[in-house]
Design a protein around this ligand. Sequence first.
Ligand SMILES: Nc1ncnc2c1ncn2[C@@H]1O[C@H](COP(=O)(O)OP(=O)(O)OP(=O)(O)O)[C@@H](O)[C@H]1O
Ligand SMILES: [Mg+2]
Length: 331
Amino acid sequence: MPTANNVIGLDIGHSAVKIACYTQDEKERQILFPSIAVPAFTISDDGEARRAARETVMVGSRPYFFGETARTQGGTSQGLSEDWVDTPEHMALLKGALKCVQDEVGLPENAMLVMGLPTHLFSRQRDRLKQLAGEAYKGEIKVVPQPFAPFQMMMLDRLGNPSPVRSMMEESWGVIEVGYYSTDFMLMQRGRWVEKASGSCAGVRVAADHLARMLAEKGLTVDLPECEEALQTRRILDFGRKTDVGHEVDQSVALVVTEVIDTATRLMEPYVRKLDGVLVAGGGAPIVHPRIQEKWPHAHMANKPRLAVAEGMRRFGMALLRARELQGVSV
Ligand SMILES: Nc1ncnc2c1ncn2[C@@H]1O[C@H](COP(=O)(O)OP(=O)(O)OP(=O)(O)O)[C@@H](O)[C@H]1O
Ligand SMILES: [Mg+2]
């Protein structure tokens, strides 16, 4: 039977890379680092240089810093374009993620790598992402639509067995996955994807953008990563003073919530009353879930919503391996 470390769930998001994997002795590991990659340069401080070496990968003949090192050394790349997967920064994040897995748990030989794409890019970019990832990883690679993953997390246990309390083939669920670049919607009716009720709209970046504009009007120039952080902390550090921006945060968050609710209504309203529930996942879930629940009382927030995509991908991969084994196909 496949063991939990036979599959790696890799969710390269626009704000953070999330990885779900297991150690050789079956301990769960979840890794998260900021989605920032910049061309590397020489660092003179010894300690910092050692740390930077751990967070450096080669893309072609060029070294790149990724994650915390890239952030500390001034990187801000956020990949806010649709052809992001084709950029060297995306490749640096992918290679960086594989390096983290190798360093933390040891990359198991022949592990399956499961990755995701926003719903609206899935059919266009699936083959391209597989091909690009294949340049960095020689094992089997699967690509799934992002909101499919939290659904799998709910329906499967950590080894990919069907959940004892849910039934994929009998239940119908809506999924709303609130990310930074996009919010993705999906409807699964008794195990089948209803394409008409699936789609995407903007994610939390709309709130971060709006917050930056509001603060600029007040004479405070704040970059997007700071604004993204302020959406949670409700404060901005301004020349040593913590400035309360709660009022601006509320207005900015309301914008995303409205957009998500409008899109959810347009896509799911005809089905929603007959669903077993609506699952809300992604890092932005805590912001949106209370408002969705006011409208649809059967809305549930996923457990660890930001990591639910990576963990759902991993569980889906486990279920595939188990099914193959049951059919007698070698894994
Ligand atoms: N507890 C929280 N409360 C509110 N917002 C949060 C929380 N945790 C994370 N976020 C924010 O939610 C947003 C989405 O996070 P997530 O990691 O799901 O996005 P992503 O996967 O990087 O983006 P995308 O899927 O669009 O590429 C981020 O802007 C993040 O700062
Ligand atoms: Mg995401």
